[in-house]
Design a protein around this ligand. Structure first.
Ligand SMILES: Nc1ncnc2c1ncn2[C@@H]1O[C@H](COP(=O)(O)OP(=O)(O)O)[C@@H](O)[C@H]1O
Ligand SMILES: [Mg+2]
Length: 264
């Protein structure tokens, strides 16, 4: 049974066709990644999936229900942090907790926000504002904010794209841990420009072709047990084979040269 479903999605901006014939289904609790070149329509796709913008044609359903407006019970993490600069880390997270748990007291909201900030290693920085935090720490706040609302669906749009490689690797691992520790199924759709990141975190990977009118590749299932680590995946035979199959697909189609370079 699919939990999140996109059927025959098409989207144009003016005369430019961006997405065409997009079909994608996520089972409850499944982690699916989409890799693609910049400007291929990835952000447009995740905005359509989350109900932030409407497709020209096609349907989006969550739990069998048609989506109208932003998907309730969804959490989002963007590349550019999107924190409110005048609020502390704690206040930024609490702002997402309050509407998710309207029946709670203020003290409960605060406790939940602190719990998730501690989980991403920011227990000592809860009073700091975004300007007082590094890029990696700001992204940790954004991840804590998304998880603290205990969403059933997570939309991640290049969540680590603005970070240096080391910070990126640490946060990938923390995200994997958070997903595993949630104690309930968190259906996740992640956009990334990194095949390695997709293999590390996903159950299934699709490539988004080049526009105009970009379409999705068939899914590549990631048959690797968890927990996974980037180090282990370097030499694991299944991971190596998957990288090869993705590389073959990417080089055979008109997909991003940058991605081909990474997996080659
Ligand atoms: N609101 C918009 N109006 C007009 N063009 C847009 C709009 N949003 C995105 N685009 C264009 O659509 C294409 C795909 O954008 P986007 O989905 O952001 O790509 P990606 O996330 O893969 O980099 C780009 O060429 C972008 O300039
Ligand atoms: Mg984008």
């Amino acid at each position: 049974m699919s939990f999140l479903s996109l059927t025959n999605i098409a989207k144009s901006f003016g005369p430019r066709s961006i997405l065409h014939n997009i079909n994608l289904s996520l089972a409850e609790g499944e982690f699916v990644s989409i890799v693609g070149a910049s400007a291929s329509g990835k952000t447009t796709l995740v905005k359509i999936a989350s109900g932030l913008i409407q497709p020209d044609s096609g349907t989006v359903t969550v739990g069998g229900q048609s989506v109208a407006g932003f998907v309730a019970e969804a959490g989002m993490v963007f590349q550019n942090y999107s924190l409110l600069p005048w609020l502390s880390a704690l206040e930024n997270v609490r702002l997402a907790v309050e509407p998710a748990f309207p029946q709670w007291t203020k003290a409960q909201h605060t406790a939940q926000a602190i719990k998730y900030l501690e989980m991403v290693g920011l227990g000592k920085a809860v009073r700091k504002t975004p300007a007082q935090l590094s890029g990696g720490m700001r992204q940790r706040v954004a991840i804590a904010r998304a998880f603290a609302a205990e969403p059933r669906i997570l939309f991640l749009d290049e969540p680590f794209g603005a970070l240096d490689a080391l910070t990126r690797a640490t946060l990938q691992q923390e995200l994997a841990t958070l997903c595993g520790a949630a104690g309930r199924p968190v259906t996740t759709l992640m956009i990334t420009n990194s095949v390695e990141e997709a293999i590390l975190l996903s159950d299934r990977i699709h490539a988004l072709g080049r526009g105009p009118g970009a379409t999705l590749s068939p899914g590549f299932t990631v048959e690797l047990s968890r927990p996974r680590s980037a180090g282990l995946l370097m030499h694991d035979t299944e991971a190596v084979s998957l990288r090869h199959r993705l590389a073959e697909f990417l080089t055979s189609g008109a997909i991003a040269p940058a991605l081909v370079k990474e997996v080659a």
